[in-house]
Write a protein of this length. Structure first.
Length: 166
């Protein structure tokens, strides 16, 4: 059997496309979460690695996002209920959100979990280039993505999944 240059290139292209598709469409539970390193509103450096061994819900939000504001009381309730059992929540404020507005919203809503300012949009890029809010990512204690959700959370499903991770 004789291979010409075009056949070899076409075959290689098919292999590359299949490899990319495999990674892109891999079930969430098999993908390792990005590292997530950021500064909290109170100036601490927070990393996902510090929370290894616990389930973590990362929620991308903005002060100008009505759905994000609607979701906040539910996230606060979730945090108060499950944090004593091990759940961590990290709020990631989008790069376009002015830090003073983020601080004011966090204070007004009395958000008990850490808020990270993503001033250079690095965290959003690392989490599949998040552009729309709310976007939430549930990470297992082993650091794997279990759920990735754009839009309002499905709270009953989220609660059920969190309970299996605790």
């Amino acid at each position: 059997m004789k291979f010409n240059k075009e056949s070899l290139i076409a075959g290689l292209a098919v292999v590359v496309v299949l490899a990319v598709a495999t990674v892109w469409f891999m079930p969430s539970g098999l993908r390792q979460a990005p590292p997530l390193v950021g500064q909290t509103l109170d100036g601490r450096t927070l990393t996902l690695e510090q929370m290894r061994g616990k389930p973590v819900l990362v929620t991308f939000w903005a002060t100008t996002c009505p759905s994000c504001i609607e979701e906040m009381p539910h996230l606060i309730e979730l945090y108060r209920e499950f944090n004593p059992k091990g759940l961590e929540i990290i709020g990631v404020a989008m790069a376009y959100d002015p830090p003073d507005q983020v601080r004011a919203m966090a204070a007004k809503r009395q958000i008990p979990y850490p808020i990270v300012l993503d001033a250079q949009a690095r965290i959003a890029r690392e989490f599949d280039n998040v552009r729309l809010t709310p976007t939430s990512v549930l990470i297992s204690p082993e650091g794997r993505i279990v759920q990735y959700r754009l839009g309002l959370l499905d709270l009953p499903k989220l609660r059920e999944t969190i309970q299996t991770l605790l």
